[in-house]
Design a protein around this ligand. Structure first.
Ligand SMILES: [Zn+2]
Length: 332
């Protein structure tokens, strides 16, 4: 549970606190994951429950803040996906039983005058059955309750959920704010990290701390030679290491491949690459016979795979199959 907002969320928090404490019950907190949208929603929940917030920031000292820190707050509930063992690439979801339990909790009268807060992070992890259960409660929310639904991709939510919650957009940092924060975290070469992470500081920090960051460079070198792309090597890399890291490895390489194909399309249409800025020459000589429309179709297939990975095939097989397609397309 985060109490203090990230530096670029300070002004937002004051505005969001004023809005959510006075008006509507249900809020869709929308922003990029790597800019810290979940962090912002958590700071907002803590602020709404705090007995003595200072300039809208939860104090960290009052009984409410101490209960939150100890995960025993009588008026707060967080719904998050069941992570399981992380072994499969299946995206973790919020089970319907957990939703029902949270709804029962929200029906109880609040112990404190700040009311009850339910944080759903992320709401896109609600499968249809869970979303429908939540929807019924959103139609008639109990008095003195606040519902905060975090969504990086609100378009993936049921339209009925979107229409019952008011959208509150969380801003990202300016490049200067992002750099300053990354430096303060002690990350090496923050400029490069940010560039490779679409300017998202939390993603950049995560990349600097994981093995995927260093594998990424080697992966890109291999992508530059599509004809010799070692598909088996990268399939094996996804499944190497602890089982719990499999989903993360799969997603990290898939994101790199998405950025790569997106930059390829930019270079093909005479735009500078956005992520792989130093690879402009390599990108422009890649796949000379590949039509843009086919590359974009491949890009969309990658995106679908990231959002909805196949739950019946292993991570390794799915990744190898994507790379085989890459090899066939980009060596034209
Ligand atoms: Zn407090």
């Amino acid at each position: 549970m985060y109490f203090a907002p990230l530096p670029w969320h300070t002004a937002w928090l004051a505005k969001a606190r004023a809005l959510t404490s006075e008006h509507h019950h249900a809020w869709l907190v929308v922003g990029r994951t790597g800019d810290g949208v979940a962090h912002a929603a958590s700071a907002l929940a803590a602020s709404l429950l705090c007995h003595q917030p200072k300039e809208s920031v939860a104090c960290g000292q009052c009984p409410s803040c101490r209960w939150l820190a100890g995960d025993v707050h009588p008026d707060f509930k967080k719904l998050a996906p069941d992570l399981g063992d992380g072994e499969t690439v299946k995206l973790p979801t919020i089970k319907v039983d957990a939703v029902r339990e949270a709804l029962d909790f929200m029906q109880l009268s609040a112990a404190g005058e700040q009311g009850r807060v339910l944080l759903v992070d992320p709401a896109t992890a609600l499968p249809r059955e869970s979303a429908n259960a939540l929807l019924k409660a959103l139609e008639e929310p109990p008095a003195n309750t606040r519902w905060l639904l975090v969504a990086a991709q609100p378009e993936r939510l049921l339209p009925t959920i979107r229409s019952r919650a008011l959208k509150i957009a969380v801003p990202g940092p300016t490049p200067v704010e992002a750099l300053a924060w990354l430096r303060a975290q002690g990350a090496g070469s923050p400029e490069t990290l940010l560039q490779q992470s679409r300017g998202e500081p939390l993603s950049a920090l995560a990349a600097s701390q994981s093995e995927s960051g260093s594998a990424r460079e080697e992966f890109v070198r291999d992508l530059l030679r599509p004809g010799q792309l070692p598909t088996l090597k990268w399939g094996a890399w996804v499944e190497a290491g602890p089982k719990a890291e499999r989903r993360e490895r799969f997603a990290a390489l898939l994101r790199a491949l998405l950025d790569w194909t997106s930059d390829w399309a930019r270079v093909r249409t005479q735009l500078p690459p956005r992520v792989f800025v130093t690879e402009r020459a390599g990108l422009s000589s890649l796949g000379p016979g590949l039509p843009l429309s086919e590359a974009l179709r491949y890009h969309r297939a990658l995106l679908r795979k990231l959002n909805l990975p196949d739950t019946t095939l292993s991570a390794r097989l799915q990744f190898e199959s994507l790379l085989l397609d890459y090899r066939a397309l980009f060596s034209r």
